[in-house]
Write a protein that binds this ligand. Structure first.
Ligand code: PXG
Length: 290
């Protein structure tokens, strides 16, 4: 049997999960989404993801057709329908069908769908040996235009950066904000460690407020490691002892070089590997049971 998708409240086969070419999610990237993980039969940080989805909706004046409780139940329904105990969940809410104009008032009803599937992470070897990244010229959107805290369907800003990164031969690209401070990578938040202190840019740097980022901050504080949310420049990454990225898909992945400069000794550091172990434990032992 094929993959089952929940589309506007109905479970349908993947082949039948279709939306209109007049949907403004497609025509204008007018919509929002979430990426969520399930580990060992539990949905990790479901409340945080759902809260962020509804906050994104509020900012773009999009009315999600169901309440948070129903959304949570729907997520579990899709996982159960596909017998998934571990997997990646994509929740998408689009403005819905309208006409060829921009005006969202022409879209009477938002659409939503939920996909749950297996996920392919970075190759194992990168978790062991670390990732090399490069700074790209595409700056993160300024908050005054489209706030990067809104997880919108318009990811062209990040995709442009991803293309540049790929052209440079790296798996992730570092994005700066319009003032030149480090914001985040195309689909991950960034952390640096210097003399035992962990620093990650605040959302006000022009980054998504990451669910994994927040979980890692909690884990680090549990280890009695000082964590700061502060602006920093590439200089601080070049001269850091350790660096890593966090994201729902990537989890925690060590970074060992930026723009050809080795970070620390060029190997994943002790604090990073400790946090990776803590995160795996947390992810597999907490969360809402499916
Ligand atoms: N920043 C951005 C811009 C993101 O898209 C994160 C940070 C990490 O946030 P969470 O809450 O997941 O810890 C994301 C994550 C991908 C991909 O293919 C990544 C994301 C969404 C879709 C695809 O890497 N979002």
């Amino acid at each position: 049997m094929g993959l089952k998708i929940l589309l506007d409240g109905q479970l349908v086969e993947k082949e039948n999960a279709k939306i209109s070419v007049f949907d403004h999610g497609l025509l204008y990237g007018d919509g929002i989404f979430e990426g969520i993980r399930a580990y060992s039969g539990r949905v990790f940080r479901m409340k945080e993801h759902i809260d962020r989805l509804y906050d994104s909706a509020k900012v773009i004046m999009l009315e999600i057709p169901v309440d948070k409780k129903k959304m949570a139940a729907d997520i579990k329904t899709v996982l159960r329908a596909n017998s998934l105990r571990d997997g990646y969940i994509r929740v998408v809410v689009t403005r819905g069908v309208g006409d060829l104009g921009l005006d969202p008032r022409k879209c009477p009803k938002a659409s939503y769908f939920i996909i749950a599937d297996n996920i392919s992470l970075y190759p194992d070897e990168l978790y062991k040996n670390g990732l090399e990244i490069a700074t790209v010229s595409t700056r993160r959107n300024i908050p005054e235009s489209l706030n990067p805290r809104v997880k919108s369907l318009n990811y062209l800003n990040n995709i442009m950066a991803k293309i540049e990164g790929t052209q440079r031969g790296v798996a992730e690209a570092l994005m700066l904000n319009s003032q030149g401070y480090v914001a985040e990578c195309t689909g991950d938040n960034i952390f640096i460690i210097k003399e035992g202190v962990i620093t990650t840019p605040p959302a006000s740097a022009g980054a998504l407020l990451g669910v994994t980022q927040e979980a890692v901050i909690e884990l680090a504080r549990k280890r009695k490691i000082e964590v700061r949310k502060e602006l920093f420049t590439r200089y601080c990454v070049f001269t850091a002892d350790e660096c890593f990225l966090t994201g729902t898909a990537a989890e925690i992945i060590p970074v060992v070089a930026l723009d050809g400069r080795k970070i620390g000794d060029g190997k994943p550091g002790l604090i990073t590997t400790g946090l990776i172990a803590d995160f795996r434990k947390l992810a597999n032992s907490t969360g809402e049971v499916i």
